[in-house]
Design a binder for this molecule. Structure first.
Ligand code: SAM
Length: 263
């Protein structure tokens, strides 16, 4: 029977579904696939100007359409970028994100949460957002990695600061990271010498799985991150924190994607 104007056969996303990423308003991919198939042909351009976690752009990519996605929050943009990478191995071009120190400062000045989401995305850390409880209070983001073959994931905890920073911030991070593998401090302002000394004095985390030492507390400036510096840590495994890793999606012939914009 042809589809009628009310569709009840597409099941809404539930928390136990593999495609659930944890984005509040995420739509089922089957729904967006049907909309795109019904209204466009291969090679056409699909525009979703409120694309959230990017279900429309993922469906468009899968169905060999070109696409443009727009969202106003850096949380959605970061999530989509990871989703496209995880689903198709696509490195999406993002227009509207900070590209240098001046534009990073402008974003921090405009909205420090947006700045935080963007900064966390530079190291692929997942924002903890409002799901923070108890011991996670002083943490802005988390990266997981597996240290031993049979081990449970270990955590790298991340703090982001867009304002003035001092040695106390590193002492606080040391306390927060005491029971974790590593603590990362991302700062817009350059760190002071006492901050660097405090970080060095925190010593190293020894990874039994990789038989290697990693500095326990690492300070990374936004400028360094923009120039490609990364966290010194074992290879990342993104297990579900706030947002899950998107499952791999196969396409017959991947369509060329255009890019997305942060609104
Ligand atoms: C209902 S959600 C879209 C959900 C999407 N279909 C999915 O599967 O994830 C709407 C999105 O619009 C974004 N948004 C709200 N106002 C916006 C604006 N003025 N420009 C661009 N995006 C906006 C929000 O951040 C949110 O991610």
């Amino acid at each position: 029977m042809p589809a009628q104007s009310i569709w009840t056969d597409v099941i809404n996303i539930r928390s136990w579904h593999k495609e659930d990423l944890g984005y509040e308003t995420q739509k089922p991919i089957a729904l967006l696939e049907r909309v795109i198939k019904a209204s466009s042909n291969e090679g056409d351009i699909v525009l979703d100007p409120f694309c959230g976690c990017g279900t429309a752009v993922v469906a468009a990519q899968k169905l060999n359409r070109k696409w443009i996605g727009i969202d106003i929050t850096h949380l959605a943009i970061a999530l989509m970028r990871n989703r496209l990478k995880d689903s198709f191995g696509v490195d999406a071009e993002v227009i509207g994100e900070p590209v240098d120190l001046a534009s990073a400062k402008a974003l921090a000045h405009q909205d420090r949460y947006q700045f935080q989401w963007w900064a966390l995305s530079l190291i692929r850390a997942r924002p903890l957002g409002e799901k923070k409880k108890g011991a996670d209070k002083g943490i802005d983001g988390v990266i997981h990695f597996i240290d031993e073959v049979s081990g449970t994931p270990k955590r790298v905890v991340v703090q982001v600061k867009s304002g003035h920073v001092g040695v106390n911030a590193i002492r606080e991070l040391k306390a927060v990271a005491a029971d974790e593998a590593l603590g990362i401090f991302i700062t817009l302002e350059p760190p002071t010498a006492p901050m660097q000394t405090e970080a060095i004095n925190a010593g190293c985390y020894h990874s039994p799985g990789w038989n290697k030492d990693y500095p326990k507390i690492q300070i990374l400036t936004i400028e360094e991150l923009l120039h490609g510096k990364t966290v010194d840590m074992p290879p990342q495994t993104q297990t579900s924190v706030t947002f899950a890793r998107a499952p791999r999606v196969s396409t017959k012939e991947p369509g060329k994607q255009l890019g997305m914009s942060s609104g």
